[in-house]
Design a protein. Structure first.
Length: 143
């Protein structure tokens, strides 16, 4: 397994910077008092999908070759990761399919569809968080 280095982080920052706003930091006096220290809250909810994971989607899809972009991408998620991939796929004009367990958050599913992803509902009784290649492979191989 590849372990990222600091230079990888800096390169990712350069790749995603043109596509996302800086995340604001806000201080809250009541929180400072409660914790007896100065605290700043980083508001990731200001990002386009309301979560930091959008960075990963942009970083990944921005690095795909032309051939990979033409094939499209597939992801398995219950929400934020799927929205991240959907957002980045739309940004770069890449076809995307997101596999979600039946009963996933309807708002997040609607957001993925709204960004152009095909959402595939998958039987949650067979959902395997560790990557059930056996159940997802037929879906992925048809991309």
């Amino acid at each position: 397994m590849y372990m990222p280095h600091f230079m990888d982080v800096l390169q990712a920052q350069k790749r995603i910077r043109p596509y996302l706003p800086r995340t604001p930091l806000h201080g809250y006096p009541a929180l400072n008092e409660l914790l007896a220290t100065e605290v700043f809250v980083k508001h990731e909810n200001y990002q386009p999908v309301g979560a930091f994971k959008v960075r990963g989607g942009i970083n990944l899809i921005s690095q795909l070759s032309t051939q990979e972009r033409e094939r499209g991408v597939i992801a398995a998620s219950t929400g934020n990761h799927g929205q991240s991939v959907s957002y980045a796929a739309r940004l770069f004009g890449v076809k995307s399919r997101i596999v979600v367990p039946e009963g996933a958050n309807p708002g997040k599913v609607a957001a993925m569809r709204g960004m152009g992803s095909e959402v595939i509902l998958h039987d949650h009784s067979r959902w395997n968080w560790l990557g059930d290649r056996g159940s997802l492979w037929p879906i992925a191989s048809n991309l």
